[in-house]
Design a protein around this ligand. Structure first.
Ligand code: HEM
Length: 118
């Protein structure tokens, strides 16, 4: 069976997905300010790796752990929810089947404890 990564069209599509996700996240007054002064190219590069793993694309995640990365950033639950809403919205633009979307969203939801209020 094709992986989610293959279904969306591999690396070029994944890079486009992450780009679209961050355009939304950065433009929103709730999530945008959290990324002020951050190296966005780097964050996006690691997100491509992370979602490449989640989507079964056989990529390798070489970034830091989620607790370490978000520690001290004081990310609120509301910011996490907005981020997830934009992720789902971006996935909806892909014509991906429901099961694949559920797999990705479940994965991300389970990371909440490592990202919020650290
Ligand atoms: C499930 C949701 C999320 C995932 C999977 C995620 C994942 C990541 C990854 C992979 C990185 C780069 C890792 C590294 O620097 O080694 C990163 C960095 C970062 N994330 Fe998240 N993140 C999520 C949610 C959020 C939210 C909701 C915010 C704030 C609104 C946020 C703010 C940041 C910031 C500011 C950085 C840069 C940190 C730095 O430069 O040191 N993240 N995130």
């Amino acid at each position: 069976m094709a992986s989610i990564y293959d279904k969306i069209g591999g690396l070029p599509s994944l890079v486009a997905v992450i780009d679209r996700l961050y355009s939304k996240v950065l433009a929103d007054p709730i999530t945008g300010p959290a990324f002020e002064g951050r190296d966005l190219d780097r964050v996006k590069r690691y997100q491509v790796e992370m979602f490449g793993v989640i989507m079964g694309g056989g990529l390798l995640y070489t970034g830091r752990g989620m607790s370490t990365t978000h520690k001290g950033l004081r990310i609120q639950k509301q910011q996490f929810d907005v981020f997830c809403r934009y992720l789902l919205e971006t996935l909806e633009e892909l014509n991906l089947d429901q099961e694949s979307k559920d797999i990705i969203m479940r994965f991300v939801t389970e990371m909440e404890g490592k990202i919020v209020n650290r």
